[in-house]
Design a protein around this ligand. Structure first.
Ligand SMILES: [Zn+2]
Length: 364
């Protein structure tokens, strides 16, 4: 009996440690330019009620600073670098620190690379170019976000594991940039053992390693992400998935509707993902949209449409948009194991640590 009691006492700290909720999987939803004003207007546009997005039901949230290393207002490259590496860098740079005294800056290890190193399955899905700043910050390390061919070459030659397992995004010049650089995109993907699909809608369930680098408008994300999840959950070690949906409102209706599409997607995924999945929503920066007017009891969508259709812009617009990123805090929201750590005002670099802590990983 005595030995048993001693053993139980010895195990107590271990049990207490084990009881701390850990995430096996992390899904990071990145609403590009999805600041508070955009989420506010999108929710009212969708449901004619305030705080009516699915995101508004998330139990844990924080307000994140988005400044980059060299600017108060970030671009997507530095913004996403902070979120996936825990380090701020200069605008335009991807998961790499600036040079110091002529020596190249440090290459930053991304949360996706930590996942690959540990044998988890990984995915990067976007309705923007697959080589664009937000997805590229997950898998590449370059001085300039414009170096298209070099960025994607790094996806095909990963530093850890076998690189991103599920790659979905728009081509928009990638095939041409690769050609100019002396290699063939299709061949490169096949050499890296990807099953290649012309459209994201063609990706079957359970395919472990796929690429769909497509041309054209947004795909319908619900069924695509469902199939991808069915593949990712098969890895007993877990997975990391980043889903970007652009919601810049320089095209007002398109931006707001994309915010609504992403919100519906998050609702669906929260229902489908295993319980031991941390789901995080963050924007990389806010956008200069302001809800300036609008009557209650009349659909906001109709009032915005009337504003846009008016021959002369109204003196007091319902919504005013200036085509620019802005520097105020964005909402980070989370649910699932590890989400309870999210609170207060935080730097954007803390989002990386939230995910690492949820997995129970230390930086190396
Ligand atoms: Zn952005």
């Amino acid at each position: 009996m005595k030995t048993k009691t001693c053993l139980a006492l010895l195990l107590l700290p271990v049990l207490a440690f084990a009881a701390e909720p850990r995430a096996k999987n992390v899904i990071l939803f990145l609403g590009d330019a999805g600041g508070i004003p955009t989420l506010n207007a999108a929710g009212i546009r969708a449901h004619d009620k305030p705080q009516s997005l699915y995101l508004h039901s998330f139990p844990h949230l924080a307000l994140s600073d988005t400044s980059s290393l060299d600017r108060w207002v970030t671009d997507s490259a530095a913004g996403m670098t902070a979120i996936v590496t825990g380090e701020k860098t200069n605008n335009g740079m991807l998961s790499l620190l600036p040079a110091v005294n002529g020596r190249p800056g440090r290459t930053l290890k991304t949360i996706l690379e930590y996942a690959e190193e540990r044998g988890l399955s990984t995915g990067v899905v976007t309705n923007m170019p697959v080589w664009d700043a937000t997805p590229a910050a997950c898998y590449s390390h370059v001085v300039s976000r414009k170096s298209t061919a070099e960025i994607f070459k790094q996806a095909l030659n990963p530093r850890f594991g076998d690189g991103v397992d599920i790659l979905v995004g728009v081509d928009k010049g990638l095939t041409a940039a690769a050609q100019k650089d002396g290699w063939d995109l299709g061949q490169g993907l096949r050499d890296a053992r990807y099953q290649v699909y012309a459209s994201p809608a063609d990706i079957p369930a359970d395919a472990p390693r796929v690429a769909s680098i497509y041309e054209g408008d947004d795909f319908v994300p619900g069924p695509v992400i469902s199939n991808i999840l069915r593949s990712l959950v098969r890895n007993p070690k877990g997975f990391f998935l980043m889903v970007e949906w652009d919601m810049h409102t320089n095209k007002l209706i398109k931006g707001l509707d994309r915010a609504i599409v992403m919100d519906n997607l998050i609702r669906q995924v929260a229902g489908e993902a295993p319980a031991d999945t941390l789901i995080v929503f963050a924007a990389d920066h806010s956008f200069d949209l302001r809800l300036r007017g609008g009557k209650r009891g009349e659909p906001l969508a109709a009032q915005i449409d009337a504003q846009l259709a008016a021959a002369t812009p109204p003196e007091k617009p319902v919504v005013r948009v200036d085509d620019s990123h802005t520097g105020e805090e964005i909402i980070v929201a989370a649910r699932g194991p590890g989400a309870e750590r999210l609170r207060g005002f935080i730097p954007n670099t803390a989002i990386f640590h939230l995910m690492m802590d949820a997995y129970g990983w230390k930086e190396n």
